[in-house]
Design a protein around this ligand. Structure first.
Ligand SMILES: Nc1ncnc2c1ncn2[C@@H]1O[C@H](COP(=O)(O)OP(=O)(O)OP(=O)(O)O)[C@@H](O)[C@H]1O
Ligand SMILES: [Mg+2]
Length: 330
C-alpha cells in the first residue's frame, strides 16, 4: 500500500429513486492497495454506491473521486482506471473461457495477440487454464464467477469494484473466488467489494464499512468492529453437567452479566470487559470451587454479532441459496 494515497474518496453522496432514498450522506475513503468491504443487507444502497463510483449512475448530492479523478466531471478518466464485476454475470455461454477473455480484450481495443496473451495470463491467475478451451456453459458456478471477474480485469485496472462476488455460490466455490481475489490484491489492486456475508468481509477486507439505509453505520478493521461491539466473550466447557449452576453463578458474579448457558452441552459463555484479568479470575474461582473445565477461553464476537448490534437486526440475506442461508444463520 503506498502510504497516504486514497483510491476512493466519497463525501456526502446522496441518491434518490423517486421517493426511495438509496444513499443518504454516504462518506467513504479507501486507501490505495487496500480491500474495502461494503457490508449491508438487501436494499442498503451497496449497488447504488458502486454504480455511482463506477460512473454508471449520477449522484444527486455530494462528490466522489476514484483514482484521483472526479466521477462526474472526469468520468472518462475514471473509466480508464477501473474494472467492475456486477451483481449479474456477463459470461457468454457459447464461447470458451479463453474466447470470452479474448473477446473482452478485443472490445477494449487490444490487438489480437495482446488479447490472447492477456487471456492466457488471466486464465492462469484465476486457475482456469485447464478449462480454457471448454465452453463457459459447462463451467461450475465458481468457475463462471472467476471467469466473470477475470473479464473485468483485462485492462489491469487500478481500482476494482466487485458487487457481491460470491452470492449464490456454494462454500467451496466461494473459497475459490476468495483465493482468486487474494492473488489480485497481492498484486496491488485496490478492491472495493460489496457483500452481505460477514465472513467474506472478515476474510478479505482490510477495512469494513457497514451500510444500512443508505448511510454508513460503522467502519473499521474487522477486529476493531468486533471490539467496538462489546469486547470479548469468555467460553467455558465444563466436565460435569452437575457443575453448570455453580459455574453460571460464578461467571455472573465475576463478569457482572448473566451468562448464556447450554446445560446439556455443559457450555457457558459471557461478555467480559477486562480481558486477561477476568480470565485469570474465572480460572482461579473455578479451581477454588472445585469445578473442572475441559476448555476455557476468550474469543472475539463474530461479525454476525457485530452486525446485529449495529443495525438492530440479524444479517440475513434474502437472495441466497438455502445452503448459504443455513450457513449464515449458524
Ligand atoms: N433503479 C432503481 N429504481 C428504483 N429504486 C431503486 C433503483 N435502484 C435501487 N433502488 C432502491 O434503492 C435502494 C438501494 O438499492 P441497492 O440496489 O443500492 O441496494 P443493495 O444494498 O445493493 O441491495 P442488494 O443486497 O439487494 O443488492 C433500495 O431500496 C432499492 O429498491
Ligand atoms: Mg446490490
Amino acid at each position: 500500500m503506498s502510504a497516504g494515497r486514497n483510491a476512493v474518496v466519497a463525501e456526502g453522496l446522496g441518491k434518490r429513486f423517486g421517493d426511495k432514498v438509496a444513499l443518504h450522506g454516504f462518506d467513504l475513503t479507501v486507501a490505495e492497495g487496500s480491500v474495502c468491504g461494503l457490508l449491508g443487507p438487501n436494499g442498503a444502497g451497496k449497488t447504488t454506491a458502486v454504480r455511482v463510483l463506477a460512473t454508471l449512475l449520477r449522484a444527486d448530492a455530494g462528490r466522489a473521486e476514484v483514482a484521483g479523478f472526479d466521477v462526474t466531471r472526469e468520468a472518462a478518466m475514471v473509466r480508464r482506471q477501473i474494472g467492475l464485476t456486477g451483481q449479474q454475470a456477463t459470461v457468454d455461454d457459447i464461447l470458451t473461457g479463453r474466447e470470452n477473455l479474448i473477446m473482452w480484450g478485443r472490445l477494449f481495443h487490444l490487438g489480437s495477440r495482446a488479447a490472447a496473451r492477456r487471456a492466457d495470463e488471466l486464465l492462469e491467475q484465476f486457475g482456469l487454464t485447464d478449462a480454457a478451451h471448454r465452453r463457459a456453459k459447462l463451467y461450475s458456478g465458481g468457475m463462471r464467477r472467476r471467469l466473470d471477474i477475470a473479464s473485468s480485469l483485462v485492462l489491469a485496472p487500478r481500482v476494482f469494484f466487485l458487487d457481491e462476488p460470491t452470492t449464490g455460490l456454494d462454500p467451496r466455490n466461494r473459497g475459490e473466488v476468495w483465493n482468486a481475489l487474494r492473488g489480485l490484491v497481492a498484486g496491488g489492486t485496490t478492491v472495493l467489494m460489496t457483500t452481505q456475508y460477514l465472513d467474506e468481509a472478515d476474510q478479505l477486507a482490510d477495512q469494513i464499512v457497514v451500510l444500512d439505509g443508505g448511510r454508513k453505520v460503522a467502519e473499521g478493521t474487522p477486529s476493531q468492529l468486533k471490539s467496538q461491539v462489546g469486547g470479548d466473550r469468555i467460553d467455558i466447557l465444563l466436565r460435569d453437567e452437575a457443575d453448570v449452576p455453580a459455574a453460571a453463578a460464578l461467571l455472573a458474579r465475576i463478569t457482572g452479566v448473566e451468562p448464556d448457558v447450554d446445560a446439556p452441552l455443559r457450555r457457558l459463555s459471557a461478555a467480559v470487559r477486562g480481558r486477561v484479568a477476568t480470565l485469570t479470575e474465572v480460572v482461579r474461582a473455578l479451581d477454588h470451587e472445585g469445578l473442572v473445565a475441559e476448555d476455557i477461553g476468550l474469543r472475539r464476537p463474530t461479525l454476525d454479532e457485530v452486525f446485529l448490534r449495529l443495525t438492530g437486526r440479524p444479517a440475513e440475506p434474502s437472495t441466497t441459496s438455502e445452503s448459504e442461508k443455513t450457513e449464515v444463520a449458524a
